[in-house]
Design a protein around this ligand. Structure first.
Ligand code: ADP
Ligand code: MG
Length: 296
C-alpha cells in the first residue's frame, strides 16, 4: 500500500503546483522546523526597477547613466538589468565595456569609454576600492534602505558620484504564506545579500521579526548559514531562486526552488514551487504530513 499512497501524494502535489523529485522527500518535508527564505525573487518579485538616481553637485545625471548603464549591461544581476534598462530608456548608448569583472555579492567593475568604473554596494567601494561615499548622498541612501530599497553606488576615476536607488516589491502572497508556515510550527528566517535595513523592512512587511533576519551574506556564505542552523539542531528547509542559493538549497534538509527561478536552483532542490507563489511551501508541508498519515 505504501508506494500507492506515495504516488497519490506526488500526484496531488502536481495539482497544487508542486513538483516533487521523489517520494523519499516526504519524510524530510514532514520533519522540517525552520524555513530559510531567500529575499530577492522568493519573498519579493525580484523584478527590480530604478526608483531614483541621486547625483553629487558636481556631476550630471546623463553622465552617470552613460557610465553605469553600459557597465551593468554586461551583468545579468536583476539590479544590473534594471539600471541598464533605465539608462537605455534615458537615451544612453550601451557601449562595449573593457575589463569587465563581476564581483559576486558586491558589484561590477570595468572600463567604460576609458573611465575605470565600479557600480555596487557602498561597503565594497569603501573597503575594496578605498573610496569614500559622498556625505550629501548618504542620507538619501539610508532613507532608501529604510523603505526596503537597495542603494547602489556609481564611481569612476577615483570618486563616487551617484547613488541609484533600486526597488523591488514584496509578492502579494508572501505574508499569507509566512503566516501559514508559522501555523504549521515552522520558524521563518529571511536570508539575503542585501543590506540589513532593506531586509528588515521587507521582513516587517511579511511578519518576520528582526532577530530572524540574516542580511549582507555573501553568495558563498548562504550555505554556511544553513549549516549553522543545522548544527544548532534545526531541521532546515530552504526556499530560493538564484544561482546564489544553489549550495544552500542542496545543503538544506529540504530544498524548495521557485519555478520562476534559475535552473541551477531547481536542480539543487527537492521540490519546485512551479508558479513561484510562496503559498505552495505550506501546501507542500501539509501534503507531506497528510500523505504520511495515510501510510501509517
Ligand atoms: P541577493 O541575496 O539579494 O540575491 P546578491 O548576493 O546577488 O543579493 O547581491 C548582494 C548585494 O550586492 C546587492 O544588494 C547589491 O548591493 C550588490 N550587487 C551585486 N551585484 C551587483 C551589480 N551587478 N550591480 C550593483 N550591485 C550589485
Ligand atoms: Mg534570490
Amino acid at each position: 500500500a505504501t508506494p500507492t499512497a506515495l504516488l497519490v501524494g506526488t500526484g496531488r502535489g502536481a495539482q497544487l503546483g508542486i513538483l516533487i523529485k521523489g517520494p523519499q522527500i516526504l519524510e524530510s518535508t514532514r520533519r522540517v522546523d525552520t524555513i530559510v527564505l531567500d529575499k530577492t525573487g522568493t519573498v519579493t518579485t525580484g523584478h527590480m526597477a530604478v526608483a531614483d538616481v541621486h547625483v553629487t553637485a558636481t556631476e550630471d545625471l546623463q553622465t552617470v547613466l552613460a557610465i553605469a548603464g553600459p557597465l551593468e549591461h554586461a551583468s545579468e544581476h536583476p539590479i544590473a538589468r534594471a539600471i541598464a534598462a533605465h539608462s537605455k530608456d534615458a537615451g544612453v548608448d550601451l557601449v562595449q565595456v573593457e575589463d569587465f569583472t563581476n564581483h559576486g555579492g558586491h558589484g561590477v567593475s570595468g572600463s567604460v569609454n576609458g573611465h575605470a568604473a565600479m557600480v555596487g554596494r557602498g561597503s565594497w567601494l569603501t573597503k575594496e576600492w578605498s573610496l569614500s561615499l559622498p556625505v550629501d548622498l548618504q542620507g538619501q541612501a539610508e532613507a532608501a534602505e529604510n523603505e526596503g530599497r537597495t542603494p547602489v553606488w556609481v564611481a569612476w576615476d577615483g570618486a563616487v558620484r551617484a547613488v541609484v536607488v533600486v526597488s523591488d516589491t514584496v509578492k502579494e502572497t508572501s505574508a499569507q504564506a509566512i503566516a501559514e508556515l508559522r501555523e504549521l510550527g515552522l520558524r521563518p528566517v529571511l536570508l539575503t545579500g542585501d543590506n540589513s535595513r532593506a531586509a528588515r523592512s521587507v521582513a516587517g512587511q511579511v511578519g518576520i521579526a528582526d532577530v530572524d533576519v540574516i542580511a549582507e551574506v555573501l553568495p558563498a556564505d548562504k550555505v554556511e548559514v544553513v549549516k549553522r542552523l543545522q548544527a544548532e539542531g534545526a531541521v532546515v528547509a530552504m526556499v530560493g531562486d538564484g544561482v546564489n542559493d544553489a549550495a544552500a538549497l542542496a545543503q538544506a534538509d529540504l530544498g524548495l526552488a521557485m519555478g520562476t527561478g534559475t535552473d541551477v536552483a531547481i536542480e539543487a532542490s527537492d521540490l519546485t514551487l512551479v508558479s513561484g507563489d510562496l503559498r505552495a511551501a505550506p501546501d507542500a508541508i501539509r501534503l507531506a504530513r497528510a500523505t504520511l498519515r495515510t501510510i501509517k
